[in-house]
Design a protein around this ligand. Structure first.
Ligand SMILES: C[S@@+](CC[C@H](N)C(=O)[O-])C[C@H]1O[C@@H](n2cnc3c(N)ncnc32)[C@H](O)[C@@H]1O
Length: 231
């Protein structure tokens, strides 16, 4: 027996708060350590590579990438990109990007944690990149406002995002599945209206392709790929 130590029985009235605290701790660990690895595997599929190549086409100059993740776009940055400011809250993602970071000639710096509040001066960037990220950022309007602020006038946002499907039948499934999807995939929404979000933020869409992504279930693969101009 250890002198001076005793096991205190937990009062039933404390069960709720204890379970909630344990759940929060597990979810925190899942979000920080496990989820970035799941995203790295799921988003790193070969089938996404042609889409990454397309969305990165035409990027040039100083670029800010929100939702950088594990740097899966790095191999597709064109040579005309002078540097990339990577923004993402997940430290594990940055570590998973290591091999790609070492293989590229484009300087990439982990420069911020939150797309909703960018640590850059107004008119800092020639272009921005967001791939499958507006689904997850808690306040996408704030993130797009921030991109408008840090982009130079005439700067472009290159995007591919999944969101609200064009067909009502698929939308019904999206609404049903969204609560579980958000919980499992770190807040990933299925029903965000990508084009409306961009135009409401004041972007002018100059190129747009809306399609269902091959190999993905329609509810999670209703993609909008294009370029939006910040006037
Ligand atoms: C589905 S993943 C996409 C990752 C990457 N863009 C890709 O194409 O592989 C969504 C990313 O958004 C990031 N994210 C979540 N909240 C964010 C925020 N407030 N600001 C910036 N990125 C955020 C997540 O950490 C995650 O890396």
């Amino acid at each position: 027996m250890t002198a001076g130590r005793s096991c205190r029985r937990l009062e039933p009235r404390h069960y709720g708060t204890t379970i909630a605290a344990a759940e929060e701790a597990v979810m925190g660990l899942y979000g920080e350590r496990v989820l970035p690895r799941i995203i790295n595997a799921a988003c790193g599929m070969k089938t996404a590579e042609p889409l990454r190549r397309r969305v990165c086409e035409g990027l040039a100059g100083d670029v800010v990438e929100i939702g950088f993740g594990s740097g899966l776009n790095i191999p597709f940055y064109p040579a005309a990109v002078t540097q990339v400011a990577a923004v993402d809250p997940a430290e594990v993602g940055w570590k998973l990007a290591d091999k790609r970071l070492r293989a590229t000639t484009v300087p990439v710096q982990w420069s911020g944690l939150d797309g909703q509040s960018l640590p850059f001066a107004d008119d800092s960037f020639d272009a921005a990149l967001s791939t499958w990220t507006l689904c997850t950022i808690p306040d996408p309007d704030a993130a797009l406002r921030e991109l408008r602020r840090v982009l130079k006038p005439g700067g472009t946002l290159h995007f591919i995002e999944h969101g609200l499907a064009p067909d009502e039948g698929v939308r019904r499934w999206q609404r049903r599945i969204e609560p579980v999807n958000k919980r499992v995939f770190g807040g990933c929404h299925l029903t965000r209206p990508v084009v409306d979000l961009l135009t409401t933020a004041g972007f002018t869409i100059t190129e747009l392709d809306v399609f269902y992504e091959k190999g993905a279930p329609k509810f999670a693969g209703a993609d909008s790929l294009g370029v939006a101009l910040s006037p």
